[in-house]
Design a protein around this ligand. Structure first.
Ligand SMILES: [Zn+2]
Length: 383
């Protein structure tokens, strides 16, 4: 097996606890994984070497929450919202209609375009949800297509009740937990529910998550985005690995997150794009809660694919330090997906990294909106 040495790393943020941040570092890759990491002068001989010219290197970003299986765009809705129309969950239905009308090829092409956009901004792992098909066939095909680009696929049939079931939401829950789950489970690793007023309530969410678990799918939850509610406590009660949004939290919610170790995934691009109050990351971190940052990239409430933007927002708007924000977008995202092989650059990790045209990771927050990611490597190869 041949080895590759990445040399000339001006600053290496390993996010491996025993290594921290190294200067004038090198990293050796073998079989797609980190085989050695340390100071350049101690680097072992490798078959080939690649000089990164003094640039900063960070672990590839782990985007643990996105909705990339869709068609169409909602730029007009965004423009309306920016001029005073409040966001409501019903806007999802616009995308459902466009997604149902799209061909498999159109959906796959839009997904590929967005994944490529993410790669160019340093994301090396992305979770992708269904949730804009909302029929058995449309949800299953979304997940089957997504499975070609990521192992982290999530069945979100319980995104919103589709118009044809508006009069009988209970029948829709029966569909989600019955034939739809049956068709989707083979293509998914996760099951998710939008537990929010106007979407699905606590009992419905519990029923759907338990049905998913019976089919081998691990649970995650959209909760406490638009107001206080039962979702975060439900996620903790069920021992879910992550609960996402967490904008409106009671003291009891924060305690439950700390006690269960459920990761709170914050999605600051949503608050930015909906001009809404940001979650209080500082409160969560100070309480000892595990925090992740993800994009929530979707055509309605947040159409950014940029984790660097999310890092900048987390620092500027949510009270996180640049180091905390980078950790939340790497190790935090990995934790939110139950993964220990990604999100850090310790020995044995998958060699996923972002090379920055900057001397330090601090520039991710210090230079918002600047395309600093010069190269993205996935499993030891230029992506
Ligand atoms: Zn979402």
């Amino acid at each position: 097996m041949s080895t590759l040495a990445l040399t000339g790393i001006g600053e290496l943020s390993t996010h491996a606890p025993e290594l921290g941040v190294l200067h004038d570092a090198a990293l050796v890759v073998e079989a797609g994984r980190v085989a050695w990491v340390g100071p350049s002068r101690q680097a072992p001989a490798a078959d080939t070497a690649y000089d990164l010219g003094g640039r900063a290197v960070v672990p590839g970003f782990v985007d643990s929450h996105s909705h990339l299986m869709f068609a169409g765009d909602r730029a007009e809705e965004f423009a309306a919202r920016m001029t005073g129309t409040p966001y409501s969950a019903g806007g999802i239905r616009t995308t459902v209609a466009a997604t149902r009308a799209a061909s498999d090829e159109q959906l796959a092409a839009n997904l590929a375009r967005l994944v490529d956009e993410m790669r160019r901004q340093g994301t090396t792992t992305v979770e992708v949800k269904s949730g804009y098909g909302l029929t058995v066939a449309d949800e299953a095909r979304a997940l089957a297509i997504a499975r070609h680009v990521t192992d982290e696929t999530t069945f979100l049939g319980a995104h919103v009740v589709p118009p044809e079931h508006a009069d009988d939401p209970a029948a829709y829950v029966d569909l989600v937990t019955g034939p739809m789950l049956e068709a989707c489970a083979p293509h998914a690793r996760w099951v998710d529910v939008f537990c929010e007023r106007g979407a699905f309530d606590e009992d419905q969410a519990r029923t759907i998550l338990q049905a998913g678990a019976a089919k081998g799918l691990r649970g995650r939850l959209h909760a406490n985005q638009l107001g206080h509610g039962p979702g975060v406590r439900l996620a903790c009660e069920l021992g879910l690995v992550a609960v996402d949004h967490c904008t409106y939290l009671s003291d009891e919610d924060v305690s439950a997150l700390r006690e269960t170790g459920t990761t709170a995934t914050l999605l600051p691009g949503v608050e930015f794009s909906t001009r809404s109050p940001y979650p209080d990351a500082r409160r969560l971190l100070d309480a000892g809660v595990h925090v992740a940052i993800a994009s929530d990239c979707n055509p309605g409430s947040c159409y950014t694919s940029s984790i660097p933007l999310c890092i900048a927002l987390a620092v500027r708007e949510m009270g996180m330090s640049p180091a905390e924000a980078l950790a939340a977008a790497t190790t935090g995202g990995a934790r939110a997906l139950g993964r220990s092989d990604i999100g850090h650059l310790g020995v044995g990790a998958r060699a996923d990294l972002a090379v920055l045209d900057a001397p330090s990771y601090l520039h991710l927050a210090y230079r918002p909106g600047v395309p600093l990611v010069a190269q993205t490597w996935v499993a030891g190869r230029r992506a």
